[in-house]
Design a protein around this ligand. Structure first.
Ligand code: CDP
Length: 233
């Protein structure tokens, strides 16, 4: 865990930073960078929904059975380690490396649409955000999880740009994804995530929207860092 550089200790930095946006828009890369720069915790909430998805698939419970999913969610032994990066433990097992498989990818949006699943996850997310200054990345952080967060970003990028980024990321995760497959996955999840009744993906009214289509990651980080410092006054 990095410590807050002394020059920041006199600033009144926003305690919570929300980053939302569609699939592969760069939320985690930005979140991790801001957390490292300011000594915050980083919680990638998408990993929590992925962990639930893996648990439900392992238990043979389909997303079409919300009552049974609610039961799995209620007894879900999930532990979240939010530090400079996020790690997820279920029943004591670190399952972080298992959360990017095609099977999880294909099912996560359907499970995430179930209100009882979201209630459990949001409770844990708020607890983490109360503990220490934190950056949370997801779909509903600025709208539902931390509606009073003093600083909110909403990242956007064209589907083409996001599919290219996801293909590049996939190889670093040890999975492989062709461009067509990346397009299909991203557009499918975008539709489900934006049209669901419970906490749909949408920018909070007070979010700073950043279209990253033509921006390098370093530019996005520099822009957002500036906004954090401005928010500190
Ligand atoms: O990494 P990527 O942006 O592709 O996705 P993710 O952040 O890992 O999220 C995976 C899925 O979890 C999303 O497509 C949503 O269905 C769900 N999710 C959500 O519903 N709410 C959140 N706060 C975070 C993720």
């Amino acid at each position: 865990m990095r410590h807050v550089p002394p020059s920041f200790t006199t600033l009144d930095l926003p305690r919570q930073i929300a980053i939302d946006g569609p699939a592969a828009s760069g939320k985690s890369s930005l979140g991790r960078a801001l957390a490292a720069r300011f000594g915050y915790l980083f919680l990638d909430t998408g990993l929590m929904y992925r962990a639930f998805t893996l648990a439900a698939l392992r238990a043979g419970v389909p997303p079409s059975d919300p009552a049974e999913c609610a039961r799995v969610a209620a007894s879900f032994d999930l532990r979240v380690e939010a530090a400079a990066d996020t790690r997820i433990f279920v029943g004591g097992e670190d399952i972080t490396p298992l959360l990017r498989t095609p099977e999880v990818e294909a099912n996560v949006s359907a499970y995430s649409a179930i209100p009882a699943v979201r209630t459990q996850m949001v409770r844990i997310q708020r607890k983490v955000a109360r503990r220490r200054p934190a950056v949370l990345a997801g779909r509903d952080i600025g709208t539902v999880v931390l509606p009073r967060a003093p600083l909110k970003f909403f990242l956007e990028a064209s589907e083409d740009a996001r599919a290219l980024r996801r293909r590049a990321q996939a190889s670093s995760w040890g999975t492989s994804q062709g461009l067509d497959e990346a397009h299909r996955d991203i557009s499918g999840r975008d539709v489900t995530d934006s049209t669901r009744a419970a906490s749909p993906l949408q920018p909070a009214k007070d979010a700073i929207v950043i279209d990253t289509t033509k921006m390098a990651l370093a530019e996005v980080i520099a822009f957002a860092t500036e906004k954090v410092l401005c928010a500190a006054g």
